[in-house]
Design a protein around this ligand. Structure first.
Ligand code: 13P
Length: 257
């Protein structure tokens, strides 16, 4: 579980880097850069979602961040082959997990499966980042009601007593992996819609305080704008988190007053 300081800067390494050696060097360089930064950074300045097999190794050397996983199984202990359940990830050194990333949804992850993953992860005290995002936008704004429906459907299947360690990520699928992020105002509009959905499900107090992240083509020159004008509490970053210079630039930029 994570003690979150805002802004929450999360990197998603996906299937990079190729070897554990490269990953360890990256973490050492990153921690050194954070420790020598002129910007005042918190003790734990980043979250990095890495391939599961690297988690224990990177967790044991990372001093300035949290290490987590990119997905988790929603099945319990028992006879299921080839997956990692939350308690295994936790005892392996993960502090958090991502659930419902669009690249996982694309493989056929259902609303039920997502809800099971969120439930088991939160029960195991893994901070859980649950992703939502539209594939495309239509002129009438139907994507907003579709997103709200998705939030309500998924989270109505999860016991709300568990919601304390839940983080919501808005990742428009059309922005992921490209060069055009959402604008801050496009992001803001969706954040309001997501909070509205949460308010109707759990109440306004929770909806106001839950942390929301933005992800999709985040780069050093646009990162801070999402936090200042996009209404989010942090970022979920793919490619730019896989480059130590870009990642530290993003971290620094978000903390410069
Ligand atoms: P990019 O930052 O590479 O667009 O990826 C975003 C993402 O998928 C983070 O989870």
């Amino acid at each position: 579980m994570i003690k979150c300081t805002v802004p929450i800067i999360v990197g998603n390494w996906k299937t990079t880097p190729e070897t554990l050696d490269i990953a360890k060097k990256f973490i050492k360089q990153l921690d050194k850069k954070i420790s020598s930064s002129k910007t005042k950074l918190p003790k734990k300045s980043y979250l990095l979602a890495v391939t599961d097999i690297f988690i224990p190794h990177l967790n044991s050397i990372s001093t300035r961040g949290y290490i987590g996983s990119q997905n988790v199984s929603g099945t319990g202990i028992g006879q299921v082959t080839g997956v990692n359940i939350p308690s295994q990830l936790l005892t392996g050194g993960a502090s958090f997990t991502i659930v419902g990333h669009s690249e996982v949804r694309k493989q056929g992850e259902t609303v039920d499966a997502r809800a099971h993953k969120v439930t088991l992860a939160l029960q195991s005290k893994l901070t859980t980042i649950l992703c939502f995002g539209e594939h495309t936008r239509d002129k009438n704004g139907n994507y907003l009601s579709e997103l709200e429906e998705d939030v309500k459907q998924t989270l109505s299947l999860v016991d709300r007593k568990l919601f304390e360690n839940l983080i919501i990520a808005y990742e428009p699928v059309w922005a992921i992996g490209g060069n055009t992020p959402a604008t801050a105002s496009e992001c803001f509009e969706v954040v309001i819609a997501l909070r509205r959905a949460l308010a109707s499900l759990v109440g306004i107090d929770y909806a106001k305080k839950v942390h929301v992240l933005y992800g999709g083509a985040v780069a050093p020159d646009n990162a801070k704008n999402f936090i200042e004008e996009g209404g989010v509490d942090g970022l979920l970053i793919g490619r730019a988190s896989q480059d130590v210079s870009k990642f530290i630039d993003i971290i620094n930029s978000c903390y410069i007053k």
